[in-house]
Design a protein around this ligand. Structure first.
Ligand code: PMV
Length: 342
């Protein structure tokens, strides 16, 4: 039998960061994390799957063959095969496009692997192996096995992954939607300032592994847990000052863990720091509560409430754009999660 399915799944940006995996099982986080689900930065994946006895995989990105994705998909299939054994054989045709430029330096693993996981869950549903009640939780489990942060892309507007007492129902195995934030956060803006569009010098899987023997690991896990409790309070009471203090500290902590691992490395670029300083300077001289966060790379996510959009765009044009590679940035905002495409 042949199955066709299409899903659009967004990227997400962590507010409290996942950095480090528990050693005992595949892809379990050392600490819990929470993210904004994005709206415009997404991957659209069409999967044509034909049942068969052998495994074959064809992948296109933007309608061009992309054999370099095949090993990652093979690894993904192997990791999810205990959930759905049918995946290990058959003919896969994966046609995928990203709404953001491939070479923008924006990681496509969260959107890409969650889109593929959703397609697989759709096929499992059609085969009678998955019911609608478990659909998104299973999609989050599969996404996590592809890329940890992808587990959070399955839900919006915010999503929590990793067991934490303050978040009912939270789990290391899958993410859950977090819908209790004050309304202001449900349409928060994130302009991604593209400081460096090339490939990162160190992948996040290498970075996660370096946390295993990191001298600050345990203190970091305790801090992340405390920040999860505190950000929950800040999100629910719309305490933007507290929100900013946690989010910026988390971003810099992520990068200081990289700078203090063995071997150490730096993913920020001089212009990353120039943007951070410009945002701090702006906050000092005006009442705007704007802040930044960072992913595992040099680009800066500039975060601001949607009611400040016009002024923030002016600030980007006048002061931040000069630090972006070829003046490039992407306006995004918090979104509601993946969509099935008819
Ligand atoms: O999902 P991975 O393995 O690419 O790890 C992502 C880690 C960070 O993006 C740096 C933080 C996070 O929580 O998303």
């Amino acid at each position: 039998m042949e199955f066709n399915t299409s899903w659009a799944s967004p990227s997400n940006i962590a507010l409290v960061k996942y950095w480090g995996k528990k050693p005992e099982r595949v892809q379990l986080p050392s600490n819990s994390s929470i993210s904004f689900t994005l709206s415009h930065c997404k991957t659209i994946t069409h999967l044509k799957y034909k049942e068969g006895t052998d495994l074959s995989i064809k992948v296109t990105l933007d309608e061009k063959d992309e054999p370099s994705f095949i090993p990652k998909i093979e690894q993904f299939i192997k990791r999810i095969s205990h959930v759905f054994p049918f995946v290990t054989s058959g003919e896969y045709e994966v046609n995928t496009t990203n709404s953001f430029p491939h070479s923008s330096g924006i990681a496509s693993s969260a959107s890409g692997l969650s889109a593929l996981a959703l397609c697989i869950c759709d096929i499992a549903t059609k085969k009678g192996l998955l019911n609608s009640k478990d659909f998104y939780q299973t999609a989050s489990i599969l996404s996590r096995l592809g890329s940890g942060s992808a587990s959070r892309s399955v839900f919006g507007p915010l999503s929590v992954w990793g067991e934490h007492l303050a978040f009912d129902g939270s789990s290391d195995e899958f993410a859950i939607p977090y819908t209790n934030a004050s309304a202001i956060f449900n349409n928060y803006c994130d302009t991604i300032l593209l400081v460096h569009k090339g490939q990162k010098s160190v992948s996040s899987s290498v970075g996660h592994n370096l946390v295993d023997n990191h001298p600050f690991a345990n203190a970091r896990f305790r801090q992340a847990s405390q920040n999860m409790s505190e950000i929950k309070r800040a999100l629910e009471s719309a305490d933007i000052d507290k929100f900013i203090a946690i989010v910026e500290s988390e971003a810099l902590t992520l990068h200081s863990l990289m700078m203090s691992s063995n071997p150490y490395f730096i993913l920020m670029k001089p212009n990353t720091l120039k943007i951070i300083n410009a945002i701090w300077e702006k906050r000092k001289i005006s009442k705007e509560k704007w802040c930044f966060t960072l992913d595992a790379g040099a680009n800066v996510h500039f975060l601001y409430p949607s009611e400040d959009k016009e002024m923030a765009i002016q600030f980007i044009e006048n002061e931040l754009k000069q630090y972006c590679e070829n003046g490039a940035f992407i306006h995004d905002c918090v979104g509601s999660g993946p969509e099935k495409i008819a």
